[in-house]
Design a protein around this ligand. Sequence first.
Ligand SMILES: N[C@@H](CCC(=O)N[C@@H](CS)C(=O)NCC(=O)O)C(=O)O
Length: 235
Amino acid sequence: MDIHRIKLYHYPATRSARVKWLLHELMDEDFDVEVVPLYEGGQYSSDYVTKNPNHNVPMLEFTLADGRTHNMLESGAMISLLADLFPEKGLAPPPAPFSTARADYLQMLHFGSTWMDMMLWQIRIHTHILDTDKDPATVARYEHKITAEVVPQLLARLDKHAHICGERFTAADCVMGQNLLWARAYGVCLEDALTPYIERLTARPAFALAYADMGDFSLAPSRKQGAALVTKFTG
Ligand SMILES: N[C@@H](CCC(=O)N[C@@H](CS)C(=O)NCC(=O)O)C(=O)O
């Protein structure tokens, strides 16, 4: 099945930036991007919800050579698939034959996009997105869990190698890099020993392209946007 075109539904500096970054690594600028205005509630429009009932970004739309489209809704799955689609770029150890490198790569890609992501999301929504039901204890719980359990695992890896799965940059670094920028914006993962890794990632030309729109992101919606979102946001 041939892919005719790839389109990313995106909002600056959010989880869709992971995917945008990898697309730039793989395809330079040869893909389409549509910004979904999250703070204006664009993710709840009936058109968008029909395609993405989770009302979020990223959404990745593949238009096939025969005109059909297929949408993906999970950033980790997108990263995994896209890296495999471009084996010549060398951003994912091959799926077969079995290798511990592949097993470790998938482990870290999913650790970043599910387990660590879950903690960061709880911190974010209980700091900036929820209304009257913000819970500071939830924020404190996940700040502690990240510091006590996640950061030591990352430091142990980065003490040995330049990237999260070894010497080479892989697609798992797009997830981990975005997570670390997200974490630092919320005052966690500030350990100095993580900084050289973050600097290595942010020096990549594809990172610069993916985050060129970062100035359009603010951590919190404005008071007016937040008031409009509150009736729709489901957590
Ligand atoms: N598990 C999904 C989560 C996507 C997600 O929740 N994205 C946030 C932005 S980082 C969003 O669009 N939220 C809007 C909403 O929930 O209304 C993924 O990793 O792709």
